[in-house]
Design a binder for this molecule. Structure first.
Ligand SMILES: CC(C)(COP(=O)(O)OP(=O)(O)OC[C@H]1O[C@@H](n2cnc3c(N)ncnc32)[C@H](O)[C@@H]1OP(=O)(O)O)[C@@H](O)C(=O)NCCC(=O)NCCS
Length: 153
């Protein structure tokens, strides 16, 4: 990966983020436009994008519950042809810097238990499985609820 820029998403990015999400997940699991807009616009939501030479390669949505010092990683999507090149890690590290600044101590996520690459990725980054959520996804797949404690900066 040559130098990537991490920035907050702007309105003009929306269609690209939708396209990346649709390409990353099976039908019924990928967000439609309404769902993506809903998650991006929720209270406490922040969307970060990783850009390379003007092209968005990956994005992450998190939702911060500042009063509870917790957060949820809503999604993290990397374009298929750029996976395993460090973009996911880069976005996650930047997200965690922001979460620490907000005083977040622990954050969580849900991931399809069959999505082995993502589970491996999150394990590598310090998440542990706390529970299985049966039939969590629209296609009937179960999810793992995974949690990570953030060390203080
Ligand atoms: C999961 C995902 C976000 C990881 O992002 P990435 O940019 O590819 O990951 P990075 O290059 O930063 O990190 C790579 C690490 O993740 C894990 N990993 C990612 N893809 C993997 C694969 N195909 N096979 C094995 N391990 C994999 C490994 O631990 C790997 O480390 P290693 O290369 O030292 O073995 C990305 O694969 C993706 O967008 N997947 C589709 C969407 C998705 O499932 N998102 C997560 C659910 S919310």
């Amino acid at each position: 990966m040559t130098k990537a820029l991490i920035r907050h998403a702007v309105r003009e990015d929306f269609e690209t983020l939708l396209e990346i999400d649709e390409a990353s997940f099976p039908g019924g699991v990928a967000y439609n436009a309404n769902e993506l807009a809903y998650f991006m616009n929720r209270d406490g939501a922040e969307t970060l994008v990783a850009e390379q030479a003007g092209e968005i390669i990956a994005f992450l949505i998190m939702e911060v519950h500042r009063n509870r010092r917790t957060a949820t990683l809503i999604t993290l999507d990397v374009r298929e042809d750029h996976r395993r090149s460090g973009y996911g890690t880069l976005l996650m590290k930047r997200a965690e810097e922001t979460l620490r600044d907000y005083g977040v101590e622990v954050y969580d996520l849900q991931v399809d238990i069959k999505n082995r690459n993502a589970v491996r990725f999150y394990n590598k980054h310090g998440f542990t499985v706390v529970r299985t959520l049966p039939k969590y996804y629209a296609n009937g797949n179960d999810a793992y609820l995974m949690v990570k404690e953030l060390e203080r900066a």
